[in-house]
Design a protein around this ligand. Sequence first.
Ligand code: PHE
Length: 344
Amino acid sequence: MKERLEALRREALDRLEAVADAAALNDLRVEYLGKKGKLTEILRGMGGLSAEERPVIGQVANDVRAAIEEVLANKQEAFDRAETARRLRAETIDVTLPGKAPAIGSLHPLTKVQEEIEDIFLGMGYQIAEGPEVETDYFNFEALNLPKNHPARDMQDSFYITDEILLRTHTSPVQVRTMQAANGKTPVKIICPGKVYRRDDDDATHSFMFQQIEGLVVGPNIRMSDLKGTLLQFVREMYGPQMQIRLRPSFFPFTEPGAEVDVTCAKCGGHGCRMCKHTGWIEILGCGMVHPKVLEHGGYDPTEVSGFAFGMGIERIALLKYEIDDIRHFYSNDLRFLKQFAKM
Ligand code: PHE
């Protein structure tokens, strides 16, 4: 029996020596030391031993078990260490690798310019108003002193939906809407940004849809000089303190008098270049004193209050600011164009 135990020890230790992984190691543990294992099987024969032999064989059996257990434990530990090392290797993060930058969008240049214009007027105490893009003939034309068949309606070729409803051709309808909502109170001091639509053929300077910002101030003793001072302040904040403006008489049915406003050409500083057609000036907006008939439509008595209004194209302001040569760049969503404004 002693020989069988020794043979078992040798066999087990040899096989343990060659074991390749933790699963095989566990199989050997069961095979040799398990309840139905080889060691137990040999020990079942202990019953047939004499009283003197039994403790001796018992001792040998314990030694064999201890030897196998020790090798098992060592092997197990080695496999555990190898496994930990493997996982550490596999899960290592190289913190020196350059990261993947997330793609960050940016505001559209027109949105930027719009917000910049809004900020300037908010700083002067204006509030921001809104109006519908689908507008009635009354607010878009009639209330602005443009009765049906008025020749000046041709200045703004319109998209009609019905005889009485159209896509607004300018943001000026918000003037009368705002005045009516103010219910006779003064002062009214608003700007209104928004989309407008005209039946133009698209080219470098025209688009069937573009954006305007309307301005309106109504109150007692509002004068032309208030209008001019406001616009000069706006232009200097927008383009720089060296800027000048000039007002040229012009006609809008909803103003009296009306004017067009030019600013110093930013490209040549007023000396004359191709951009300003060698005049030194660039036209940026239309404006004027609110026509008495428009004040009446708004619910005011033109002998008691007066007002000024202006309307500018956001695209035009942006084209000049960034020296862009084609309005269509704003709408084509070409990332090569748009990305140039990401960091501005
Ligand atoms: N609504 C005019 C346009 O679109 C601009 C304007 C607004 C002119 C206010 C005078 C006063 O051309």
